[in-house]
Design a protein around this ligand. Structure first.
Ligand SMILES: Cc1cc2nc3c(=O)[nH]c(=O)nc-3n(C[C@H](O)[C@H](O)[C@H](O)COP(=O)(O)OP(=O)(O)OC[C@H]3O[C@@H](n4cnc5c(N)ncnc54)[C@H](O)[C@@H]3O)c2cc1C
Length: 594
């Protein structure tokens, strides 16, 4: 099961689809001129192929162990992590003031895809550390930053994100973990968190936990939650490690997939309370947590892209080797490789084009978030922030749905061998499954898209995006390239469907919220197949127009055409599901509860 990072596809999507090069040219990236991007990604691809990919199966087969309050990871894991930090991969987009390389989030997004493709269970650990870095950098006191940031940026210590409790999953506001003020200005935390990723492990000598808890005088719900930094080992004034803090892994889960990533129950307070330090202000922890979550949501979307690409690469290789049956026109004695059969071709093209569309959407989200933080002009920053906010739930949910669908198709391409663990196709399916659940389920992402992101400013961010996409479709039509087939009209239809569904939902969010909620998931899909189709078409034009990639640029036209004619055409029926089928959902209690 080898992995090769698809560098030219990544560069096309990043530089042209997501608009990194245009943003650099417009001066939104300051000093960063993009010259290093290709070299960084080449090196990331090498590291992923040589160090991470070979451990993917080992981790799946071996899993993790919890003994005497200590989690042990799979063989080779601690060494790979040591090489990871030594090579500087943890610090790619970290703040320069704390030893990071300060590269754009967009470049790190491409790296995240590569880590996830090669070894999703490994990549998840730094993904969470990165979110912790963001939250601490944005909201932490200077003291906390001085003590913890450099070590988190280098990866010497890892970070966790602790929201979930048995009664508080999607509804974070229901959490009960308690925090008490201590006389020295710190806090004592007691409670139990479940499902905490890399809550404990043996890859670093300290772990920095970011924990949501409630003070005694906190208002109810999410407005009464505070965020605390709780180190596994306390840190002495000279930076050395001190006493073990009162936060312990009390269980690890046995899971469908992601076996190598420890998912821990964390217990705090058995020995008087874990010592914690407030991040941001009391009762305003959700604000800080959102900084972490948005970053992590994009990261999880990229996990979907990565696992999809890995599954595609493997299915393609299998389809080229496996001989079965004869293709139409084969009159000789020999059998054909299954890739000769149109149904297999269709599956492979579906896998590849869905992956490419999800990749483009994720990278576009990263570029928008970069511009929102880096651009000099406040108006440009605000518009980019609105675009980033709009795209984040789409990047998360569409891409992780795609990760699942593509991994599932990967098993199908393998036939019976796909169901046999040795081929590895099944592992991708098992590993992908959690990505549409954690970091806010995809249902919750859809609701966020409809009720907050679409609804913001009367839909202004959506109309601005539709306008831009319409410009791409015009260019496709103007290109008069017959290889685009019916791409132009199909995308135009899809844009019309998205426009109408958006207007319908915008009206219902206020007047009939249950109707809007019932259509949220098909709306997000409609968003994905429309946006993805337009982005692939735009990339194909760029590949043709300026030789943005090596090889024959027409392959991107073929891919864009396949997507438009097979995926974006679903927009029409998705629109009807949103606008015509709400009653069938909201009025269905007799079926479900009767
Ligand atoms: C392997 C793994 C790793 C994880 N890592 C972490 C971690 O590091 N840190 C952490 O804090 N948590 C972590 N989680 C927890 C994860 O984020 C939650 O499982 C997830 O948010 C869903 O919460 P829940 O499981 O309680 O499901 P529930 O919230 O009970 O949801 C069940 C179903 O109901 C739907 N639903 C719930 N509420 C609504 C609503 N208002 N409207 C519409 N539909 C709704 C959901 O979409 C879902 O389909 C992890 C979980 C797993 C399995």
């Amino acid at each position: 099961m080898t992995y090769r990072a698809p560098i030219s596809d990544i560069l096309l999507a990043l530089n042209h689809g997501a608009g990194l090069q245009a943003a650099i040219k417009a001066g939104h990236y300051g000093d960063f001129d993009g010259d290093v991007t290709a070299a960084v990604l080449e090196e990331a691809g090498k590291f992923a192929a040589e160090v991470l990919a070979p451990l993917n199966r080992v981790g799946d087969a071996h899993g993790v162990k919890l003994e005497a309050n200590q989690v042990t990871t799979a063989p080779g894991w601690p060494d790979a992590y040591r090489r990871w930090t030594a090579a500087g991969w943890n610090a790619v987009s970290g703040p320069e003031a704390y030893g990071g390389q300060g590269l754009p989030l967009a470049v790190n997004a491409a790296c995240t895809e590569i880590w996830s493709a090669s070894n999703i269970a490994f990549g998840l650990c730094p993904l969470l550390t990165l979110s912790a870095i963001e939250a601490l950098d944005a909201h932490g006191s200077e003291d906390l930053k001085r003590i913890y940031l450099e070590k988190l940026v280098s990866g010497e210590w890892t970070g966790t994100m602790q929201l979930t409790e048995p009664q508080a999953g999607s509804d974070v506001g229901a959490l009960r973990t308690r925090a008490e003020r201590a006389p020295d200005g710190s806090y004592r935390i007691a409670g139990t968190k479940i499902f905490i990723t890399y809550g404990d492990h043996d890859m670093t000598d300290n772990i920095v936990h970011f924990v949501l808890a409630r003070l005694p005088d906190a208002p109810a719900g999410t407005k009464g939650i505070s965020l605390f930094l709780i180190p596994k080992f306390l840190v002495n004034a000279d930076g050395s490690l001190g006493a073990r803090n009162d936060i312990f892994p009390s269980g690890v889960e046995h899971k469908l997939g992601m076996h190598a990533s420890p998912t821990c129950t964390m217990t705090m307070g058995d020995k008087g309370g874990a010592i914690g330090y407030l991040i941001g202000e009391e009762h305003r922890g959700m604000l800080c947590m959102f900084t972490m979550m948005n970053q992590a949501r994009l990261g999880v979307g990229l996990e979907g892209v990565g696992i999809a690409d890995r599954a595609y690469q493997q299915a393609l290789a299998f389809a080229q080797e496996r001989k079965q049956g004869r293709a139409v026109g084969n009159k000789g004695d020999g059998l054909d490789a299954i890739i000769a059969h149109p149904d297999v071709k269709r599956m492979l093209l579906q896998m590849r084009s869905l992956t490419a569309a999800a990749r483009s959407i994720c990278y576009a989200t990263a570029v928008a978030l970069d511009i929102s933080a880096r651009a000099a002009d406040a108006k440009v920053r605000a518009a980019a922030a609105a675009r980033g906010a709009l795209l984040t739930p789409v990047a998360k949910a569409f891409s992780t749905d795609i990760g699942n669908e593509v991994a599932y198709l990967g098993v199908q391409v393998h036939g019976g061998m796909g169901f046999i663990e040795e081929t590895g196709a099944a592992q991708h399916c098992r590993d992908a499954r959690i990505t549409s659940i954690y970091e806010g389920t995809n249902g919750i992402q859809s609701i966020d898209l409809v009720t907050r992101k679409l609804a913001a400013n009367g839909g202004a961010a959506v109309w601005a995006l539709l306008d831009e996409l319409s410009g791409v479709v015009k260019q496709v039509e103007a290109s008069n390239d017959p290889a685009f087939g019916t791409t132009g009209p199909k995308l135009r239809d899809a844009l019309g469907a998205l426009d109408r569904a958006s207007k319908w939902l915008l009206e219902r969010v206020a007047s009939a919220p249950n109707d809007a909620l019932a259509g949220a998931t098909p709306y997000l899909r409609l968003f994905g197949v429309t946006l993805g189709g337009c982005m692939l078409a735009g990339e194909a034009l760029a590949a043709k127009g300026n030789g943005a990639t090596g090889g024959d640029p027409q392959r991107y036209v073929t891919l864009a055409r396949f997507f438009a004619e097979n995926m974006s055409v679903q927009a029409g029926s998705l629109e009807k599901t949103v606008t015509d089928a709400a009653d069938a959902v909201t009025g269905a209690d007799a079926v479900l509860l009767g």
